[in-house]
Design a protein around this ligand. Structure first.
Ligand SMILES: [Zn+2]
Length: 429
């Protein structure tokens, strides 16, 4: 997703994590930014812009639908080698890794998802007009991946000291049905699970947001099946549409808190074949969201209870209605999980958030703390320090064929990422 351009999937933003500026970190960031090597890094970013745009267009021309990211992953692994990262590899699910050495065993991770929402047959007509490029995926996540590559390339061009080592990750499976599978895999792998101290996730363009709260979601398809029958001659048999309708009525009355904001939606309902048939099945799709795992859990329970009651009620009512010689056969109810993203939030004293605030203050950059669903959900749900920010420049039309990216001002985004990483890693003395 693109944190600076909220889409229907992530409609929500609001300053929910507050933290004052930490003066010591503020001085540290100012000291870093004034160092000769960081100043030459800033100049280097400016000079690299044509290369960055070139990479961005080249990458956007390689299709990367959910579960079909391998060609783009191979391209990225090649770029990682080209810019001099160490230990470049692709894991079992297609995540691409490269490291840059430091001191110490724990890493600062810089990641960007390489998948897009676009199906494999989408025409990838990527074109440039001045500072602007157009086409599917140029911003989400062309902007994030290229910012990550820019930082990796910089570390070879300009020698910058840092204590903790860096790991660069182009991960798969962020969008839609990918359901964060790339990040989940990384944080389930012993090698990375315990060694990533901080995760800086780059998603989309911009430099004006900090996603510090992970909006979780659970999605279900609920299917109710019954014996079906003729509306006249089988009258009395249990009706799956009625069962769903009753369950929806009960579930929709569930109260939800405004803090932590929690929502639910019945988005699709289907069932039946004709007006004079008792339906054999009916189904609905339900979406539950919150930044609190407990609230999502509670709502899921409430949905299941509403359904069970409704099945019982309708079964009983059917028995009363039907004649003695024609007893209705049973009703079955199936719950299919079609989406599951963990929720979580950064604790208020989190170092990563204080650092991003200090960097923004140093760069006179106004940014808002937001709540969204990104790759950062995975580390955040595990209580780890993680935020998602943009890769700089500006963009729009995410998830449409009219997507665009404008590289004007990309430097600010790159400076912000670099200073944040250096402050997180500490300076090797
Ligand atoms: Zn994205």
């Amino acid at each position: 997703m693109s944190p600076n351009a909220p889409r229907a999937d992530t409609p929500d933003s609001g300053p929910t994590v507050k933290s004052g500026l930490n003066e010591e970190l503020q001085r540290e960031v100012a000291r870093l930014a004034a160092s000769p090597e960081v100043r030459s890094a800033f100049n280097w970013f400016r000079a690299q812009e044509p290369q960055l745009l070139h990479w961005q267009m080249e990458m956007a021309r390689i299709a990367a639908p959910p579960f079909g990211e391998s060609a783009r992953g191979a391209w990225l692994a090649e770029r990682f080698r080209e810019v001099g990262l160490d230990d470049v590899r692709i894991d079992d699910v297609g995540n691409v890794f490269g490291t840059h050495p430091g001191f110490g065993r724990r890493f600062v991770a810089l990641s960007a998802h390489i998948d897009t929402v676009f199906p494999a047959n989408t025409p990838l007509n990527i074109r440039q007009q001045g500072n602007r490029i157009y086409g599917p995926g140029v911003s989400d996540n062309g902007a994030g991946v290229v910012a990550m590559l820019g930082i990796a390339a910089l570390l070879r061009a300009v020698r910058i000291r840092h204590a903790l080592p860096f790991v660069f990750i182009g991960n798969v499976g962020e969008e839609g049905e990918g359901d964060l599978r790339g990040m989940r895999h990384i944080f389930a792998t012993p090698r990375w699970k315990d060694s990533i101290a901080y995760s800086l996730v780059l998603d989309g363009a911009g430099a004006d947001t900090i996603v510090a709260e992970a909006l979780g979601s659970r999605r279900f398809e609920v299917i109710v099946r019954g014996p079906g029958g003729h509306s006249w001659s089988d009258f009395g048999a249990p009706n799956p549409i009625v069962i769903l309708a009753k369950a929806i009525e009960t579930f929709a009355a569930t109260t939800v808190p405004t803090m932590p904001k929690t929502t639910f939606n019945i988005g699709v309902i289907r069932g039946g074949t004709s007006v004079n048939s008792i339906p054999e099945s009916a189904s609905m799709k339900v979406d539950i969201r919150s930044t609190s795992m407990n609230e999502m859990e509670r709502l899921e329970q409430s949905l299941r209870v509403a359904l069970n009651h409704s099945v019982e009620d309708e079964t009983m009512a059917a028995e009363m209605r039907s004649s003695a010689q024609r007893r209705p056969s049973g009703v079955a109810c199936e719950f299919v999980v079609i989406g599951n993203r963990p929720a979580g939030e950064l604790h208020s004293g989190a170092r990563i958030l204080q650092i991003v605030h200090a960097v923004d203050s140093h760069l006179s950059n106004a940014a808002q703390v937001q709540r969204a669903s990104t790759d950062a959900n995975v580390p955040l749900s595990m209580g780890r320090e993680a935020v998602a920010i943009g890769g700089g420049g500006s963009g729009g039309g995410a998830h449409t064929l009219q997507e665009w990216f404008d590289s004007s001002g990309r430097e600010l985004g790159l400076k912000r990422i670099l200073l944040t990483m250096l402050a997180l890693a500490g300076v090797g003395e």
